[in-house]
Design a binder for this molecule. Structure first.
Ligand code: ADP
Ligand code: MG
Ligand code: ZN
Length: 642
């Protein structure tokens, strides 16, 4: 046996280390408990006084500070006890109502006082438990992190390379984004062979910003870039950086870039960058301060690496206008790529991609499915294919048919059918009248989307029934007339209830919300109000707030104009329904009888009760078509609830 033994023989120190750390962890918990015990011992040295004693002591000037709980009060006296610390007393009291003068006395005689909510024994027990659990968890993370300092472990816990997570994604998985893919090819080329680009001295973007609404494939594109180039993918969401503690977000940014540099060439993807990238504030509150620090760190990090080091940072946002200008300066996110919701052809391609592994019936034309899903983004289309496949499987079919897609579409729009729900007969009639009103108004007004289906079958989401429209082709431009007719259609439900049942119900909130939203945009964004002129007021349509300093009076005028447009649309719906009262009755009865009717049945009823005097064209103040509102931003197409 030799005198020495090498440190590396037998057990390496690796497995031992966590054991030591666990020992430390248990030690720390014991210390914590001891401290807690001492604290509660101290608490027991608080003297118990009556309220009278306390009040007299206060008036005598003995009391220094007071904490008023709901059931008791704690006070610190000016005199010290044996061991030199200030004397503490506790008295019961029953709140400020019992002694209204107390506040005055406190103002006069005590240095300081505050009102507190009592923490019950259970709550404080839970709090202690939470502290212990957190402590153990923290120590656990430290031992996992290989004995790094606690702060480092904390900041390291989130950023992870997620390249190993799933199957490799390529551009073949991305459909309908041809231009975006073309632009990103260059990035792929650079990531594949950074040396070649460096040698040629080409200017490679450091940061690429993907701009587009949710579900349009921004994350997918970023993954595809890393997949095509075969480089690691580091993904973080802007909200991951936002922690309670100031400085953690900034540390995570540093950490992320350090990791990326070690693995270059690679791709960093920051989702929802607007969460950190908002314009920096001047007067900083706590949360803003944290965001500013994180953003500053991100700017420093992006400037810090060399353009030829083989790192590309991609980021996604739906609101590029809110980003701090420093973030989109040259050398940072200076390349912007739009990721728009898909058009008809794009939707068909996305459906094709997602049904690659789904057996489709030969007669099924995905173009038709694409036509009925105007306004859907890629994520919703992927969901639709999945729903349709599930529905077909449930019915025991071995191919997915068009009917499955239609049913899946309705489900996604309206929540799953609730056929089982029993409806009161009067409610059922009201819903039939309401839906007949929507359908009749929409079908009678020229230029709107044709009605595809009307139903009074109850659905989830508290919807009584709905009228579904099927846009035949993609529409990017909406004329004033089109929008007014759309408003009339939306208000047709309540208008019919008023005419046929003499009252309206509370089931039409979403109709009114949508109608108000459209009317507001017509006034504030599309310049369609003759009174307010062709001005874009840029006022947030949801809240009616904001805009760069429009006067109270302008805001009020906008409200009045919105009102006027809605009144006009309601009057249009009313007059139409009055003229076609016979058709309304016939349609209501048919709905009560059949529950669901399709376009052909609807038009059969309308043809047998023709309009005596068709409406004149253009009902409202004139205006040119709005500036290409995307079908998605005008999210009122497709289905009409209630
Ligand atoms: P975003 O990041 O823009 O919110 P995602 O990339 O997360 O959207 O999209 C969610 C899912 O929707 C994707 O994983 C994909 O299945 C599907 N998807 C979205 N857009 C497309 C597209 N253009 N082509 C194919 N699939 C898409
Ligand atoms: Mg995403
Ligand atoms: Zn309705």
């Amino acid at each position: 046996m030799s005198a020495h033994h090498s440190p590396s023989s037998g057990n390496p120190s690796g497995p031992r280390r966590p054991l030591i750390l666990w020992g430390l962890a248990i030690g720390a918990v014991l210390v914590l408990f001891t401290v807690a015990a001492i604290m509660s011992h101290r608490a027991s040295t608080i003297e118990s006084w009556t309220y009278g004693q306390f009040r007299r002591g206060l008036v005598d000037g003995q009391v220094k500070s007071v904490q008023l709980g709901a059931r008791s009060l704690d006070a610190e006296l000016r005199s010290a006890d044996a061991d030199g610390s200030p004397r503490r007393i506790r008295a019961t009291w029953s709140g400020a109502q019992a002694d209204p003068d107390l506040t005055t006395l406190l103002d006069q005689h005590a240095d300081d006082y505050e009102y507190q909510r009592d923490i019950g024994p259970i709550a404080s027990g839970i709090a202690t438990l939470a502290v212990v659990v957190l402590l153990l968890l923290g120590l656990f993370l430290i031992t996992r992190g290989g004995g790094l300092g606690p702060a480092m472990a904390f900041t390291r816990s989130k950023p992870k390379a997620r390249d190993q997570s799933s199957r490799r994604v390529t551009f073949d998985d991305v459909a309908g984004l041809r231009e975006a893919v073309e632009e990103l090819q260059e990035v792929v080329g650079f990531l594949k062979t950074p040396e070649r680009y460096a040698a040629l001295g080409g200017r490679i973007p450091k940061g690429v910003l993907l701009v587009g609404p949710p579900g349009t494939g921004k994350t997918l594109l970023a993954r595809a870039v890393s997949g095509e180039a075969g480089v690691p993918f580091f993904a973080l969401s802007g909200s991951d950086f936002m922690e309670m503690y100031v400085g953690v977000g900034a540390a995570r940014v540093r950490n992320l870039f350090a990791k990326a540099e070690a693995k270059a060439p690679c791709l960093i993807f920051i989702d929802e960058i607007d969460a950190i990238g908002k314009v920096r504030s001047s007067g900083a509150s706590g949360a803003q301060d944290e965001r500013d620090q994180t953003l500053n760190q991100l700017l420093v990090a992006m400037d810090g690496f060399d353009a030829n080091s083989g790192i590309i940072v991609m980021a996604a946002t739906n609101r590029p206008e809110t980003l701090d200008p420093a973030l989109i300066r040259p050398g940072r996110f200076d390349r912007h790529i739009r990721v728009d919701p898909p058009d008809l052809v794009g939707r068909e391609q996305i459906l094709k991609v997602h049904s690659r592994e789904v057996p489709l019936c030969e007669q099924l034309d995905l173009r038709q499915v694409a036509a009925m899903t105007s306004g859907f983004a890629g994520a919703e289309l992927a969901n639709l294919v999945n729903e349709a496949a599930l529905l077909a499987a449930r019915k025991g079919k071995d191919r997915v048919e068009r009917a499955d897609f239609e049913q899946g579409f309705e489900r996604i729009l309206a929540g799953p059918e609730t056929r089982g729900r029993v409806m009161r007969p009067d409610e059922r009639r009201r819903i039939a009248v309401h839906e007949a009103g929507h359908a009749l108004v929409s079908a009678s007004l020229p230029g709107t989307d044709p009605v595809h289906k009307v139903t009074i079958i109850g659905r989830g989401n508290g919807m009584g029934g709905f009228t579904m429209y099927r846009p035949e082709e993609d529409r990017f431009l909406h004329t004033t007339e089109w929008l007014m007719h759309c408003l009339a259609g939306l208000l047709g439900g309540t208008a019919a209830e008023e005419l046929a049942l003499n009252s309206i119900s509370d089931g039409a909130t979403s109709d009114l919300q949508r109608a108000t939203q459209i009317a507001r945009r017509m006034v504030t964004d599309f310049g369609m109000s003759p009174n307010l002129g062709r001005v874009c007021y840029g006022i947030d349509p949801s809240s009616g707030q904001g805009g760069p300093g429009w006067s109270e009076r302008t805001i009020r005028e906008i409200d009045l104009e919105v009102r006027r447009l809605l009144d006009e649309a309601l009057a249009l719906a009313h007059s139409l329904l009055r003229r076609r009262a016979g058709a309304l009755v016939a349609l209501t009865e048919l709905l009560l009888d059949r529950e669901t009717i399709d376009a052909a049945e609807l038009h059969a009823v309308l043809d047998s009760h023709p309009d005596p005097t068709p409406p004149p064209p253009t009902p409202s103040g004139l205006a040119s078509p709005p500036d290409r509102p995307s079908p998605r931003s005008l999210a009122f197409r497709g289905v009409e609830p209630n």
